[in-house]
Design a protein around this ligand. Structure first.
Ligand code: DON
Length: 583
């Protein structure tokens, strides 16, 4: 009996070994790479990939009824504020990259702004040390920047919506989800429980998110009546209600009662801005990404430019050389991030120099194949002229070929942990993305410089990297983005090189194990089971420090257009619970 089982097992194993060689499993790969978790989701017309199936469905419903990718994105962003409150938000901010079918590309910046009362030393005590706990840049009422999401959605819809959907129509699905509730998914009930201590400190938050300490269980229907009432006001009075109406007043009052920084004037003065995206080519394919106040686009482009000088394909995906070169590109580009980057409306950022191919070539000269550099020796270069599940990205492509790549956030999971009384709105702790004390690490261990010091009405530097990659004929190839604090930029980098250099499909490219290096601390972080012991030893021999604590990174959401058929291929990260939905 045992013997027979063994034979069955051996022949099954044989099947798996043979499988990649049979024509039935032809993925069009030029070399063998690991399989994807599953094939991408296919749809002929439109696709939404987000971290919440319910939100993806809300978006596809808008697409089906004739909305374009921007209309759908507004509905998805508002719905995620209900179904994925750790990061989806009304009380935070982010970036929406838009690429229209005619090739025009733009970036909507709805990043939070520092309140007028904020200043360079606002998070330091009398001795000049960083304040911790309540009053700090990470927790409680003083940690929030003025929220930008509603203004961002308003601007995107006004300028780039199809005109076939009104604001109230796009607010309604979110209102309904908040009022009628939805079955709590496992990851949300787990996240709420895991954050019970910090969330429980604030009575309004405890009441709404923790059922007053009794906890919401997986599968339980969760209704958010206060948030539903806020959406009802937004639907009725329009987006300005958030900044000038009762919602603005409620936020300002709660801030005043609790020594927060945001005033009614701050709310009224918030502005979303349209920005010009950054561009480069990587091996002939155009890459378009987010400019400041995100560091994402510039750091991504510097890394791609450095890596372009190496033949990654021939070195092989699993070679220690690839890991080594990736790490060296990351180290140098993150050193530049720390030195140079900040809100370009306030400080001079040498963007043109940082993304210049000649500069990358000079950076490349310091890289040796046989040994690691140290971050102590790698300071920022001299260009002409520098975060888990807490942020969220979604990608939308409509039937006409318009596309949106949107990343937005409260910063940490559930932001500042404060729900503004009477609004149901969780507020961000984005002020921690400033260098509260330049040269001292923030909650992601990122060192940041003077250019990212706190100042009134300034936007904190971000790493969010919503990105498009085009085919050589200029048509959209794929769109992608992810959460993950500083790991965001490196995740997007690896997805792009996985596709371009290793012919992976969008699901494989997202599934593949990732590494991360951010200059300081000087260590390579890898994912559990994501690096062979041999590779890690080989990297250590070159002088790399490999982390003792591997951890998963990111929650990427991507859509690729299949070349021959135009079919939309949706892919959600297997590291979380998202799902693409198409039609
Ligand atoms: O804007 C940024 O770069 C950060 N606030 C993003 C935070 C984040 O991704 C947290 N998620 N893991």
């Amino acid at each position: 009996m045992r013997g027979k089982n063994l034979i069955v097992r051996i022949s099954l194993a044989g099947l798996f070994i043979l499988a990649p060689l049979t024509p039935f499993f032809d993925g069009g790969l030029s070399q063998t790479v690991f399989a994807a978790s599953h094939e991408p989701v296919r749809a002929r017309r439109g696709m939404v990939a987000s971290t919440s199936r319910i939100a993806s469905e809300v978006g596809v419903d808008v697409l089906r009824r004739g909305g374009n990718a921007v209309d759908a994105s507004v509905a998805v962003a508002l719905a995620l504020a209900v179904t994925y409150p750790a990061a989806g938000n009304l009380g935070g901010g982010g970036f929406m990259m838009i690429r229209l079918r005619d090739g025009r590309t733009t970036a909507i910046d709805y990043r939070e702004m520092a309140p007028a009362a904020a200043h360079r030393n606002v998070y330091l005590d009398e001795k000049g040390n960083l304040i911790e706990g309540e009053g700090s840049s990470t927790l409680g009422y003083r940690a929030s920047g003025v929220p930008g999401t509603v203004a961002g959605m308003e601007l995107a819809l006004k300028k780039y919506g199809s005109g076939r959907f009104s604001w109230p129509q796009l607010v309604e699905p979110a209102r309904r989800l908040a009022a009628e509730g939805f079955a709590l998914p496992f990851n949300l009930s787990r996240a709420l429980r895991n954050n019970r201590e910090s969330l429980g400190q604030y009575p309004e938050t405890k009441k709404i998110l923790l059922k007053n300490g009794a906890f919401y269980e997986e599968g339980e229907v969760w209704r958010q009546p206060e948030l539903a009432a806020t959406f009802a006001r937004l639907r009725r009075f329009g987006p300005r209600e958030f900044y000038e109406g009762r919602t603005a007043r409620l936020i300002a009052e709660d801030m005043r009662r609790n020594k927060g920084l945001i005033t009614y004037e701050d709310m009224k003065n918030y502005v979303a801005k349209e920005r010009v995206p950054l561009r480069t080519t990587y091996r002939g394919f155009e890459v378009i990404s987010m400019p400041p106040p995100s560091s994402g686009g510039a750091v991504l482009i510097e890394m791609l430019n450095i890596l372009e000088g190496f033949d990654l394909r021939n070195l092989g995906w699993s070679s220690s050389e690839r890991y080594h070169l990736m790490t060296e590109a990351m180290r140098r580009s993150f050193a530049d991030r720390a030195e140079y980057m900040g809100d370009a409306d306030f400080v001079k950022v040498p963007i043109a120099g940082l993304i210049d191919k000649g500069y990358a070539e000079r950076q490349r000269r310091g890289i040796h194949l046989d040994r690691a550099s140290t971050s102590a020796e790698v300071r920022a270069g001299r260009p002409a002229g520098a975060e888990s599940e807490e942020t969220t990205h979604f990608t939308v492509v409509d039937s006409e070929g318009n596309a949106v790549s949107n990343t937005y956030t409260l910063n940490d999971s559930f932001g500042s942990k404060v729900v503004a009384r009477g609004t149901g709105i969780l507020l961000n702790n984005e002020m921690d993305d400033f260098a509260a004390k330049p040269g001292t690490p923030n909650s992601y261990g990122l060192i940041q410089g003077e250019n990212n010091a706190v100042a009134a009405r300034k936007r904190p530097l971000s790493a969010m990297t919503p990105t498009f990659v085009l085919r050589r004929d200029g048509s959209l190839w794929f769109a992608v983005g992810t959460p993950g604090g500083p790991t965001i930029i490196n995740t997007v980098l690896q997805v792009i090189t996985n596709v371009v250099d290793f012919d992976m499909n969008i699901q494989q490219a997202i599934d593949a194990p990732r590494i991360h290096h951010q200059w300081l601390p000087d260590e390579v972080v890898y994912e559990p089971f994501g690096m062979s012991a041999d590779t890690s030893r080989s990297l250590e021999k070159r002088g790399h420090r490999i982390t003792a604590r591997p951890r998963y990174m990111g929650d990427a959401q991507g859509i690729m257009i299949e070349e021959r058929t135009g079919v939309r291929l949706g892919a959600s990260d297997p590291r979380n619970f998202g799902e693409p939905v198409g039609y």
